[in-house]
Design a protein around this ligand. Structure first.
Ligand SMILES: [Fe+2]
Length: 204
């Protein structure tokens, strides 16, 4: 019988205090160790439930299960992308270079205009969700997304390059209800090299 594989929580690529003062150690630790871990565990629990039902030949509520699976896997995937597209402020550049820098200027007219639109998308996300920069394989254009929860308003063909978590659990300890301040802080800790690598891997 095939060994079934499951999701696992990736380690952060930096220390818990490495993103200070923009994200505090306490905030980052809870976010990664508790919230992200809960999505990994949640997704795996659904896979186990499906495995058992299939083995036993019992029915599952397919509609509810698939909805929950989309949410939990979306949460795990987006958090994994998020940690990797952040870096300590001292190690980041202010603006992207490479193919990404060119693509953003071609699409948005300037980096400042891109930043303004991305910030607006993140800040105005209804309830819990994400601001995201993606790349459309069909038009070869960068595109913004405003993802609600972890899985709503996601275009299936678009590859995600960069995300910003604007769930309250991402910033409430540091910024209370001031999401816009967290969004502004985000620009100090973007790992542009990583975001550029993701784009280059798609267009190569
Ligand atoms: Fe989160």
């Amino acid at each position: 019988m095939v060994d079934k594989r499951f999701y696992s929580l990736p380690d952060l690529p930096y220390a818990y205090n490495a993103l200070e003062p923009f994200i505090s150690e306490t905030q980052l630790k809870i976010h990664h160790d508790k919230h992200h871990a809960a999505y990994v565990n949640g997704a795996n629990a659904i896979l186990e439930r499906l495995d058992k039902a299939r083995q036993a030949g019992t029915d599952v509520d397919i509609k509810a299960t698939l909805k929950e699976l989309s949410f939990q896997v979306g949460g795990h995937t987006l958090h994994s992308l998020f940690w990797a597209n952040l870096a300590p402020a001292a190690k980041t550049s202010k603006e992207p270079g490479g193919a990404l820098g060119t693509a953003l200027k071609d699409e948005f007219g300037s980096f400042e205009r891109f930043k303004k639109e991305f910030s607006a998308a993140a800040t105005s996300t209804e309830g819990s969700g994400w601001g995201a920069l993606a790349f459309c394989g069909k038009t070869q254009r960068p595109v913004l997304m405003q993802i609600e929860k972890h899985n709503v308003n996601v275009a299936p063909t678009e590859r995600i390059l960069m995300v910003l978590d604007v769930w309250e659990h991402a910033y409430y300890l540091d910024y209370k209800n001031e999401r816009a301040k967290f969004v502004e802080a985000f620009w100090n800790i973007v790992n542009w090299d990583e975001v550029n690598k993701r784009l280059e891997a798609i267009i190569k």
